[in-house]
Write a protein that binds this ligand. Sequence first.
Ligand SMILES: [Zn+2]
Length: 284
Amino acid sequence: MKPKTLELLEAMDGRMLFNDDQKRYVWNLQCGYRGECEFVQLMESVRSQHILLRDLYFEPKFSGQIQIDFLLLVGNTVIIYEVKNYSGMWQHSEEMYRQSGMERANPLIQLARTKNNFKALLRELGYPQANVDAVVFHVGSTFTLLGAPENRNVILPTQIQDHLTKLNHYQYAVSDTLVDLAVALEGVALPAPPFLKMIPKYQFESMKKGLRCCKCRCFVVRSSQRLYRCQACGHKGHCGDAVRTALADYRLLFPERLLSGAILAEWCGGLLSASQCRRILQRS
Ligand SMILES: [Zn+2]
């Protein structure tokens, strides 16, 4: 599932101007999301019986908030995965990853905090004995971490196949206790709140109106009654599909705001009439 923050920012992008920091933030979120999709594909090759939970967010009573990309329950072990999709050469240090003028906190630091909070949650839920492991999993095939000491909690792109082979060596089914734990965790997981600090203020009136290409999200013009042709990517699509995309964006950005055929027509830049939009609304 795409993070809500990314969905909101993608709905806004193009309809308002982003500064360089905001553009970089969106790009980082998109990279992260692509990395998570890649991780899901890799996990599909795990043949041992397992349970994979995704995008978990908890607010335990007795510890800090917990955000987990993926949780794998296999055999009698619970593995927390923090998936990273970095590219290029980075220099490792205990605190930071560095690359020509750029720095990122070493993800192991955050992961150690997540693991501690997660263990506190397990005590709270009555599973104090569960065996918990935590792994930073780097999917980017061009990523290199120079000077990194060997660490079984960090999987680099060249170690992915080895790691999957190890997972395939679990011969036993997921223990009953962990099956119960998975149910308990899903019961207390909350929807992750969007990261509001990075979402700029926006309002309907000042946003750019129009229909966007379903492939590349550039604004398009109609080429006939029912079709559009995208000048940016060459895609030919149905106006109806583009209106439905615009409608989804509107509902995401303005969940509380009034919606009518006339308003949707305005949101679509007047490329369809209010009555056409009203019919689309009635069918949606
Ligand atoms: Zn396009």
